[in-house]
Design a protein. Structure first.
Length: 30
């Protein structure tokens, strides 16, 4: 269960960073 929580948490951070406007080139390359 902890693995699932960590995965969702990392995904949330990635989405938050993309929406916040940082690392846009990294987001485009994904």
């Amino acid at each position: 269960m902890k693995i699932i929580i960590d995965f969702l948490f990392q995904g949330f951070i990635i989405i938050f960073v993309c929406l916040f406007g940082f690392w846009m080139e990294i987001c485009r390359s994904l």
